[in-house]
Design a protein around this ligand. Structure first.
Ligand SMILES: C[S@@+](CC[C@H](N)C(=O)[O-])C[C@H]1O[C@@H](n2cnc3c(N)ncnc32)[C@H](O)[C@@H]1O
Length: 545
């Protein structure tokens, strides 16, 4: 007989939740998911910093209720990352990553609600169950940040516990292809969704990370995964199976991993269509690109020249005992990620969190004092703020999502900068006065920033790039009408797919007879000592005088 945990119908007081206008949770279609956010580095679970686009989850009250009802009610986003609203209102299913036929099942999250799991909030079992709950939501089509927000809204966990949940969930996304293949190889039949999620959260913790370190002692992971399974009505019956499967993995690890690695999805941890698209677009570099996307991202800062020099800031970090190095004109990479409010000078506007590649945009736009500038897809405002750090310009920051636009306001305020905020769709917005400079950081698949958002690869579909390219083409054509003679327009994506980037730029130039100026073009994602940036695309155009 299955022993059910304590049932409780008492709802936890609702904490502040981020929702879309209209009550939807998750990013607006076309939003780059939490662009510029830092994510806990591998190894030790740490608290996720919440820069620019991500506020820390509210701390809960005392106790450890685990009420999954609110998670179930947490509506999935219309799409993640940069996707226009799909026709159907149903959530997308995350890509099954190479499951054999007998292991396919409807991945619709179906979690038992209203009960208290008797788990200590600082235990690994608690973190595993929280992460697994988020993974089930991602399988159901929800972006991971929103899934985690749903979990954090329903559990009472200290920052350390939330950091651990987040760390485990991000690892699970990075290794989902391999973990699914391992579960498929070892499980006699497809496990229930939450059981499968628990397994794909536990398995990465039993393998050395990219730096060669074991995150946890393997037997501890087995023990805690079994405890987590036993604590939840949806998994309690599978406790023995979880135990047997994880122990078998320990015994046969090398052979199982070697067999799994024969499947591309398990070897690279991307859906097959994504691997195929990378091979087609980058026949020489696809392996390097895919591997870069599986790395944990660095926490890179942009030093605000209005507040000090990079040299001074590095000295300030050294005084605080924080290891860091300069990796760009204004870019400083921290050796270890940390919560943004712990970063020296962050709250006072000395620095912002921004990838080194994204820091190229504002200088490329070549804004001079007094110019009229339109940042047409501005939220959360990383590039808007950078432009204003470099010049006293008259900037309009426009975004279709009013809630995301509010983040631009918050960032301007922290940096003591001013811009006009405009909620509007860039493909329809008009301003007859015109602009000297226009930044079009258009909605895209975000395929170049998967190291920061490892869930994206499992949520996207093959046709997304083309669909988004249609929207961004309309945006570019409309913006071009507002560019003054001699003015410059910078087209940016965080995509790797040529349909959204180079092909779009080339077609735009022909359509509008735009002169193309020097710009980096496609930057492939890279992480290392010399260079470290996301995958981005830059094309710069000038209008005839
Ligand atoms: C790639 S993000 C922009 C990141 C931003 N430039 C930064 O550096 O922080 C794309 C933005 O486009 C917005 N967006 C999506 N569709 C849009 C549209 N039709 N018009 C204007 N903005 C749109 C999204 O809400 C999202 O904030």
């Amino acid at each position: 007989m299955n022993k059910r945990p304590t049932l409780s119908l008492k709802a936890k007081p609702a904490p502040a939740k981020k929702t879309q206008p209209g009550g939807k949770a998750g990013p607006r279609p076309g939003a780059r998911p939490n662009s510029g956010t830092a994510e806990p580095r591998e190894r030790k679970p740490v608290v996720q910093p919440a820069p620019l686009d991500q506020a820390p989850a509210p701390a809960g009250a005392a106790g450890t209720p685990w009420n999954t009802d609110a998670i179930r009610r947490h509506a999935p986003p219309r799409a993640t990352g940069g996707k226009p609203a799909p026709a159907a209102s149903t959530p997308r299913r995350a890509e099954p990553s190479g499951l054999r036929a007998s292991h396919h099942r409807d991945l619709k999250p179906a979690l038992q609600t209203d009960f208290k799991a008797a788990l200590k909030p600082d235990s690994l079992a608690f973190a595993l169950l929280g992460a697994a709950t988020a993974v089930v939501q991602v399988r159901g089509g929800m972006a991971l940040p929103q899934a985690l927000a749903g979990v954090f809204a329903t559990v009472d966990a200290a920052p350390q516990g939330r950091g651990a949940i987040q760390d485990i969930a991000y690892r699970a996304m990075r290794q989902l292809g391999r973990s699914d293949a391992l579960v498929t190889a070892m499980a006699p039949k497809a496990p229930e969704p939450l059981v499968a999620a628990l397994l794909v959260c536990a398995l990465p913790l039993m393998q050395a990370d990219t730096a060669g370190a074991m995150p946890y002692e393997a037997f501890t992971v087995v023990d805690q995964a079994v405890t987590a399974a036993g604590s939840h009505p949806d998994t309690a019956r599978a406790k023995g199976m979880v135990n047997a499967l994880l122990r078998r993995f320990l015994r046969e690890r090398d052979a199982l991993l070697a067999t799994a690695a024969l499947q591309p999805v398990a070897r690279w941890n991307y859906p097959q269509w994504w691997i195929d698209a990378a091979v087609t677009a980058y026949p020489q570099d696809w392996q390097r690109i895919l591997a870069a996307g599986d790395e944990a991202p660095p926490l890179t800062l942009r030093v605000n020249p209005r507040k000090g020099t990079v040299e001074d800031y590095l000295a300030q970090l050294a005084d605080a005992g924080i290891a860091a190095e300069r990796i760009g004109p204004q870019a400083v990479r921290l050796a270890r990620p940390m919560g943004v409010h712990l970063i020296p000078g962050f709250d006072a506007g000395l620095v912002s969190v921004q990838d080194a590649g994204a820091q190229l945009a504002a200088p490329l736009l070549d804004v001079q004092d007094g110019m009229r500038v339109l940042d047409a897809c501005a939220a959360p405002g990383g590039k808007t703020c950078h432009i204003l750090e470099l010049a006293d310009a008259d900037v309009t920051a426009l975004d279709a999502d009013p809630r995301r636009l509010a983040r631009v306001g918050e960032n301007l305020e922290r940096l003591q900068l001013r811009a006009t905020l405009q909620a509007a769709e860039a493909q329809a917005w008009t301003d007859e006065s015109g602009y000297d400079r226009i930044l079009a950081d258009v909605p895209c698949t975000a395929s170049g920033i998967v190291r920061r958002h490892p869930d994206i690869r499992w949520l996207r579909r093959k046709g997304d790039a083309l669909q988004l390219a249609t929207l961004s083409g309309e945006i570019l054509d409309n913006l071009w009408q507002m560019l003054r003679p001699n003015g410059k327009l910078l087209f940016v994506t965080c995509s790797l797919w040529p349909q959204e980037s180079e092909a779009q730029a080339a077609a735009f130039a022909v359509r509008n007879r735009a002169t193309r100026l020097d710009a980096p073009g496609q930057l492939l994602p890279v992480g290392g000592a010399e260079q470290d940036h996301d995958g981005l695309f830059y094309a710069l155009f000038q209008k005839e005088a």
